[in-house]
Design a protein around this ligand. Structure first.
Ligand code: ZN
Length: 186
């Protein structure tokens, strides 16, 4: 079985190429990323309200809530789960690039969390909703997911890109991206 994430938690090469195409995050950053099942407490930090469907990115690690690994649920290895994973990843990898921008190591992580906290706090004070999805860092990360949503709007999980990642066919992803480079640029 293939799918978007390898057994060691790394993104498959086909996933790397697709996520790079939709989010513009460097391939090297994507290759260094690790996907891990989170423990619930991660998602209960007061500055981090329930993130759409449950994932949080810290440094180079993207933590997904246990439901994403459930063999009876989103971890069932189906084409549908590959599509759901890729949409979610297309958002989370945006945070990988942001985390890098804030600098490596603990200081960078602290700065990154502080920036998030500030953005949420201000929006909460101004009673703007949604506090989380409305922050500039969130909107920036969301762009990749929106691109993938638009691309797969008609065909859904049957889209050739989703099929290629599902089959572990990096060449197929590469080919589609080359053929549709102008569409992607828009
Ligand atoms: Zn986010």
């Amino acid at each position: 079985m293939h799918g978007p994430v390898l057994p060691n938690g790394a993104l498959s090469e086909a996933s790397v190429l697709l996520l790079h195409a939709v989010s513009d995050v460097d391939c090297d950053v994507l290759r260094a990323a690790r996907i891990r099942p989170s423990h619930a407490n991660w998602l209960h930090a007061p500055w981090y309200p329930a993130h759409r469907g449950g994932a949080i990115t810290v440094g180079r690690t993207i933590w997904f809530t246990p439901g994403w690994f459930d063999p009876m649920g989103l971890g069932d290895g189906s084409l549908r789960s590959t599509h759901a994973w890729l949409l979610h990843l297309a958002h989370e990898v945006g945070h990988l690039a942001q985390a890098r921008r804030f600098g490596p190591g603990l200081l960078g992580k602290a700065r990154y969390v502080a920036a998030f906290t500030r953005q949420y706090a201000w929006r909460a004070l101004l009673l703007r909703w949604p506090v989380h999805d409305g922050s500039p860092l969130e909107q920036e990360a969301e762009e990749g997911r929106q691109v993938l949503l638009r691309i797969t709007a008609e065909l859904g999980e049957q889209h050739p890109l989703i099929l290629a990642v599902h089959e572990g066919d990096a060449g197929g992803v590469c080919q589609w991206c080359t053929l549709h480079a102008t569409k992607l640029a828009r």
